[in-house]
Write a protein that binds this ligand. Sequence first.
Ligand code: PMP
Length: 451
Amino acid sequence: MSTLPPDPAAGAAVKAADRAHVFHSWSAQGLIDPLPVAGAEGSYFWDYDGNRYLDFASQLVNTNIGHQHPKVVAAIQEQAGKLCTLAPGFAVDVRSEAARLIAERTPGDLDKIFFTNGGAEAVENAVRMARLHTGRTKVLSTYRSYHGGTAAAIHLTGDPRRWASDTGAAGVVHFWGPFLYRSPFHAENEAQECERALAHLEQTVAFEGPQSIAAIILETVPGTAGIMVPPPGYLAGVREICDRHGIVFILDEVMAGFGRTGHWFAADHFGVTPDLLTFAKGVNSGYVPLGGVAINAEIAATFDQRPYPGGLTYSGHPLACASAVATLNAMAEERIVENAAEIGEKVIGPALREIAERHPSVGEVRGLGVFWALDLVRNKETREPLVPYNAAGADNAPMAEFAAACKRGGLWPFVNMNRTHVVPACTVTEAEVKEGLTALDEALTVADAHT
Ligand code: PMP
């Protein structure tokens, strides 16, 4: 942990320069108040005023190995001393090794890796591969989803961040995925939800014209939109629909991959192998920007004698790949995926369910591994969300008050719409989880006041 004394003046200078020159994502620039951060380690980060926060958001659900893991930091330093950058066309030891380790961990025959700088670019390229492979154009994605902020990825995204950039891009069709707690199909149990969601998808495919559909893209467990674990049989059902119609099945594991759910990939929970799998975030905990597409043998063969028309200057960047190699090796050596599974099953899940019983504002707890959501409501019976869908300004006050209460208690929460997600590092300890849940429990009384 930091041994430096607090330095509020330095923090104020960082913030002043930020306010003068940094243009922030997804924000009204004049309405935000970014926290100047002085440092981070493991499950914590701290500001310049001497406040330390337990990072229950893992930044943007990416620091799966925690902050400043010494083996990963050392690998980046070592690589920087050896070779900082090299164009994608060369063969580089750390790139080859990162690709091998990723291919070894991804399910089935997803054995070729196309590297990108993050998740959105991975989605862009997966969609392009699917279109070229099939010769078709349409792509189906769910309403409750997030796939990234670039052109195709934002159109595929279902959450309201799409609205402002949505030009009604040709070829994107949204459908409803399963979500029993707020069932689009008025289902009463998981089996019904699964059956009706598959029937709805089957009908969407039939009416869109199967021969025009290149791909169906799903988050294996939709993350940003609410950590909605699909019912048993759903993903296998989608796989079967794709197979029957020659549609490429893309699983987006940018958030759910690399240990987050307690397996290397969320797909492992369901025994399903997609044709393409997109990844980013946890592959190297975001220490250096990195993402990619894992490609199966059949789609890779499409581009064996014919060029793949896509690329990025920094594809397979040596610093990013070196950090991925160190991350993936450390995760195996230190049983970090196993830790995520154990702590989720034995500590986080039971504790959150117990918290839900005591708080009128907690409508549902759902998740697995270190990937949990609390669905906050005004009324447990009606399930009315604590704030309206896509609330802003005064409408969002209950969630803003809840988030502020977490921060006062030393907890950095992930908050989106009417939900808070408990998504600490996969390395989180039982003691840290207990500390965080004590602060969460206390902050929920603020949400309870709005029920
Ligand atoms: N797909 C999913 C499932 C994601 O959660 C995200 C990011 N939250 C993205 C794609 C986009 O990734 P990036 O921000 O790295 O472009």
